[in-house]
Design a protein around this ligand. Structure first.
Ligand code: 3HC
Length: 311
């Protein structure tokens, strides 16, 4: 790639033009998008597992229907994002094989267990809340198919976040035992939710280049801060306390200061040593293997149909 080619590409990005699948693009731009979109798709699919665990245990039919709809949405988001990644020349089979082999990354948050029904509220409220914070700017990503996929995804995420918050509100305003369950879930999901935004800016390998290419519109720490500032008042409205003694409003800066994140825990989970990493990958591997006969049958059917049509 000549310096002129790279400069012409950057000029298109700087002019806020959308890059489309058939446009000439630097190999590194393609590579980092396959990396990020693939991991985003994996996150959606693996993210179905913690919540799927509670579909048969939902306390009412209404909660069950809402959770079913949410998990179904996540599956759809995953397929949307795998399709966006395929426009860059990687196959879904390749991405799936990377996931089931344990080589692919997906969001650390989905390696934590959902121990009570309140966890389903905390996930909707905090995890989908954090996802929205991260996905809204991605609607303005320079790569067309990714930006367009995000517009549809963000519409559905706001329902996910609202149904989660409503579960937390019901519990927080319920019996003391219910309020305690909501507080316990908040205690366990708060810090892992902050880790969803990625390492601190100084340890973010991709941020600078992703920002120059307008893939990333805000840094990891900027989005994390926006999430904290938006979520603290919601926790106050719920009458729940956040598990961070250092959390305090900083009038001078107009933001909440918060405590130190345990980056050892973050990197351990990212590297596969979280509470449920092995179980999540094994569940995806089993689903892939159990579904092989469906893929084979569909391919055989398609081949027969093509043969019939060609006579
Ligand atoms: N979990 C796992 N890996 C993470 C991570 C996390 N929370 N945060 C960062 N990483 C990884 C990065 O992938 C990168 O590793 P790699 O080079 O092998 O890909 C490394 O840590 C360094 O991080 P960087 O900050 O340099 O990486 P990025 O610039 O890619 O920023 C990101 C990380 C902010 C997560 C970015 O990739 C991103 O915005 N991704 C798209 C959104 C996404 O994937 N969200 C995940 C949740 S999806 C979801 O919640 C679904 C909802 O419906 C619930």
């Amino acid at each position: 790639e000549t310096p002129e080619f790279l400069a012409a590409f950057q000029a298109r990005i700087d002019a806020d033009e959308k890059i489309e699948p058939n446009d000439p693009m630097p190999a590194a731009y393609r590579k980092t998008l396959i990396r990020q979109i693939g991991q985003h798709a994996h996150s959606e699919i693996v993210g179905m597992l913690p919540e799927g665990n509670w579909i048969t245990r939902a306390p009412t039919l209404r909660r069950k229907a809402a959770l079913l709809a949410k998990v179904q949405d996540e599956g759809g988001h995953g397929l949307y994002l795998y399709s966006a990644a395929e426009t860059l020349g990687v196959s879904r089979k390749q991405m799936t094989e990377e996931l089931v082999s344990g080589r692919a990354k997906y969001s650390s948050i989905f390696n934590y267990p959902t121990q009570t029904w309140a966890d389903i509220g905390a996930i909707g409220w905090l995890v989908d809340g954090a996802a929205i914070m991260n996905q809204v700017p991605l609607c303005r990503c320079s790569y067309g198919p990714y930006a367009r996929a995000m517009i549809r995804v963000c519409k559905e995420e706001s329902f996910h976040q609202r149904q989660g918050y409503e579960i937390m509100l019901k519990l927080a305003e319920g019996s003391p035992a219910q309020k305690e369950m909501a507080q316990d879930a908040l205690n366990r999901w708060w810090w892992p939710s902050l880790m969803m935004f990625g390492p601190p800016d100084g340890a973010s390998e991709h941020s600078d280049q992703s920002t120059r290419w307008k893939i990333k519109r805000f840094t990891n720490d900027e989005l994390r801060q926006k999430f904290v500032d938006a979520t603290v008042p919601q926790a106050q409205r719920l009458g729940l306390s956040l598990p961070d003694p250092a959390l305090a409003w900083n009038e001078a800066e107009g933001r909440y200061d918060y405590g130190e994140i345990d980056w050892d825990e973050f990197w351990a989970v990212v590297k596969g040593h979280g509470p449920l990493n092995k179980a999540r990958v094994a569940a995806r591997k089993k689903a892939w293997e159990d579904g092989a006969w469906v893929r084979e049958a569909a391919l055989a059917h398609a081949k027969k149909r093509a043969a019939r049509q060609s006579v």
